[in-house]
Design a protein around this ligand. Structure first.
Ligand code: GYE
Length: 306
C-alpha cells in the first residue's frame, strides 16, 4: 500500500505526529475504560491524539473522520459503531493518503485496502465461549431452558458476532432456546428496560445472555424490581468483565462472564509507530482474553484496573 504516512516524507518525530480518533460513545463501562486506556497510551508515547465521541451515531463518526481528513492528521483510528456504510468516507481518507486503523470493531467492507490494520477481539469466539458455558450449565436440563438475549447495538459487529457464536454452540442441545432477543444498545438503562418488558412476556425465563456487562447490570435491577433473585431465580451470563460486572459476579448476581479487553491503547500506539516508520502492521491483531466464574472474579477483583 502506498499511503503510509511515513512513506511520503520519511518518519516524523513522535512529538510531531497527530492521530485523530473517533470513539463510538460512552455507552458502557467497557467504553470508558477503552477511552481512558487509549488516551493514556498516547499521552505516554508523546503523540498528540485528537479525540471525538460520536455518541453512538454513525453520522457523527463520519463527520469526525472527514474533519480529521481536512486537518491532514497523520493517522485516523476509529471504532465503527456499526459494520456497514463506511466505504465512501474510507475512500476519501485513502485518496487523501491518510492511513486508517480500526480499533475494537470491524467494518464489513469488501475492500481491505481501506484500512491498515484491525485491532480488537474476536467477538464470534466470545459468543462461542458464552454458549459453551450455557451448554455445560444446563447440560442436565430435562425441560426446555428459556433464554432471553439482550443484544448490543443493532448492526454493531459485537452484537452480530456474539449472537452468532452463541447460537451456533447452543444449537447442540435443542433444550436451550432463545425465546426472546432484543437490543439494549449496550447500556445499563437499555438492559433494564428490555428485561422489564421481556420478563412480563416470558415469566419462565431461566437465563439472560447479555452481550455486555452493563446490560446484565440493568437486567439485575429489573429482576430485583420484579421480586426475583438474580443469579438464582434467573441466571445471568455476560461479556466484558469490567469492574462493576466482576463485582456482581463476585456477589453471585451474575453467574459467568466472558472477558473482552478494552485495553487497546498500547497496541494502537505501536501500530501508529509502525505506520510512521513506513512498516506494514499486522492486518488483524486479536486481543487475548479469559473467562470468569464467581471464584475467579473474587480473586481477580482486587487487581482489576477498570
Ligand atoms: O463489549 C460493550 C461496548 O465494542 C467490544 O462495546 C465493544 C463493546 C463492549 O459498549 O460494552
Amino acid at each position: 500500500c502506498a499511503n503510509g504516512a511515513g512513506e511520503a516524507s520519511g518518519p516524523k518525530p513522535l512529538d510531531e505526529l497527530v492521530v485523530g480518533f473517533s470513539q463510538v460513545g460512552s455507552e458502557s463501562g467497557w467504553r470508558t475504560a477503552n477511552t481512558k486506556d487509549i488516551q493514556a497510551a498516547f499521552e505516554e508515547a508523546g503523540i498528540e491524539l485528537k479525540f471525538s465521541d460520536a455518541q453512538q451515531k454513525q453520522e457523527n463518526q463520519i463527520k469526525a473522520i472527514r474533519s480529521y481528513i481536512q486537518q491532514q492528521v497523520d493517522v485516523i483510528a476509529f471504532s465503527p459503531v456499526v459494520e456497514t456504510g463506511w466505504d465512501a468516507v474510507l475512500n476519501e481518507a485513502k485518496a487523501a493518503g491518510i492511513p486508517v486503523v480500526l480499533t475494537d470493531r470491524a467494518v464489513d467492507s469488501k475492500d481491505d485496502s481501506l484500512y491498515e490494520s484491525f485491532l480488537g477481539s474476536d467477538f464470534v469466539v466470545e459468543g462461542e465461549k458464552a454458549g459453551a458455558w450455557a451448554l455445560a450449565e444446563f447440560a442436565d436440563a430435562t425441560e426446555p431452558v428459556e433464554i432471553i438475549q439482550l443484544e448490543g447495538t443493532t448492526g454493531a459487529a459485537p452484537a452480530i458476532d456474539r449472537a452468532e457464536g452463541f447460537a451456533e454452540v447452543i444449537a447442540e442441545n435443542p433444550n436451550l432456546q432463545v425465546v426472546a432477543s432484543q437490543t439494549g444498545d449496550f447500556t445499563r438503562a437499555g438492559g433494564k428496560q428490555v428485561t422489564e418488558a421481556l420478563l412480563k412476556s416470558n415469566p419462565g425465563v431461566d437465563l439472560i445472555y447479555a452481550h455486555n456487562d452493563d446490560m446484565g447490570l440493568g437486567a439485575i435491577e429489573a429482576i430485583e424490581a420484579a421480586g426475583l433473585v438474580p443469579g438464582v431465580d434467573i441466571k445471568i451470563l455476560t461479556i466484558d468483565a469490567v469492574k462493576d460486572g466482576m463485582q456482581a459476579l463476585a456477589d453471585g448476581k451474575i453467574n459467568y462472564i466472558v472477558e473482552c479487553s478494552p485495553l487497546l491503547g498500547k497496541q494502537l500506539v505501536e501500530i501508529v509507530e509502525q505506520i510512521n516508520a513506513g512498516e506494514t502492521p499486522e492486518k488483524r491483531i486479536i486481543t487475548e482474553e479469559g473467562e470468569f466464574n464467581q471464584e475467579q472474579a473474587i480473586e481477580a477483583l482486587p487487581d482489576r484496573q477498570y
